[in-house]
Design a protein around this ligand. Sequence first.
Ligand code: F0G
Length: 365
Amino acid sequence: MARPARTAAGGADGRIVPGGVIARFGDRLPLTDRTPRISLNEGDTPLIRSLNIGPELGVRELYFKFEGLNPTGSFKDRGMVVAVAKALEAGSHTLMCASTGNTSASAAAYAGRFGLRCVVLIPEGKIAPSKLVQAQVYGARVVAIEGNFDDALEAVRLLSESAGVTLVNSVNPNRIEGQKTAAFEVVDALGDAPDMLFIPVGNAGNITAYWKGFKEYHADGLSTQLPQMIGAQAEGAAPIVRGEVVADPRTVASAIRIGNPASWEQATTARDESGGVIEAVTDGEILSAQRLLAASEGIFAEPASSASLALLAKLSHAGRVPPESTVVCVLTGSGLKDPSATEEHLLPPLRLPANARAIAKALKL
Ligand code: F0G
């Protein structure tokens, strides 16, 4: 029987073709015969070609890898499915993580679906409300701690030493394994690796994962080149850019409000091996990139995600992006995750009577 197309949701005979990262890339993941082939149909996200921003910035080919279209609305699902499959294989009963929001939502969703307990530690009052709702509705036990993400991560590292508890932050290597599949998808879609990959950096797991994926495909002859890895941190939470831990990280992009990234060294390795850079963008630059992306491309990404585009705009204005480049911006999460950060910059609705003529007049139709 012919192999079904990777993107197909159903076969010609109406069967549902198994989807998800494990079904599609299992041969490149650390699976055994005993690893359950679980899925929430994560991955297979679109690589959307820019219509307006690329030409405006003078970048020949610009694409957005929109990870906000994963089942829980962020890229975390790619790594979570592998981490949870391995936790099930190992006989764990509980998943645990620290989170700025998205990891907790993802862990909670897989825990609910596959019968595990889930405990998440979040910095109190510092995560987007929609992400907290997600973790709760999927059934996680949420613990809000006085402290920031870095404090929460330190605590869960100790707590997860108990038997039967699996830590599902990106310090778990299975998370990185799953997340590297996004790089495979980028190369599969373009036919080669891009020249530059822009990506937001928080705890630095994702830049580590993409670099691993690009290197693996390249080593197997599936791409002719490797991209420059360009990491974006928020100015108030830019430990890697500054070269020192930030004790009190601050940024509107709450997902990347991290002062001491766990995968710091791997991120600088990705940067240096690829000939890339990791630089900072201001909150203002992040929010205007977010609005530009929504208003001129029809893509609503959360503030942390928009840091990648903010840095692309900054570097291309400085003449640091060759015009003939093929560039990919990774958009890590959906804008619906954190609308409050954006609201104050938007035009309020026009308030008018329910009268067609009055509305037409006000709108000059
Ligand atoms: N973008 C979004 C939307 C995120 O949620 C995160 C991380 C990042 C970018 C940065 O990725 O940490 O691999 O460098 N969120 C984590 C969380 C920390 O707890 O949800 P990273």
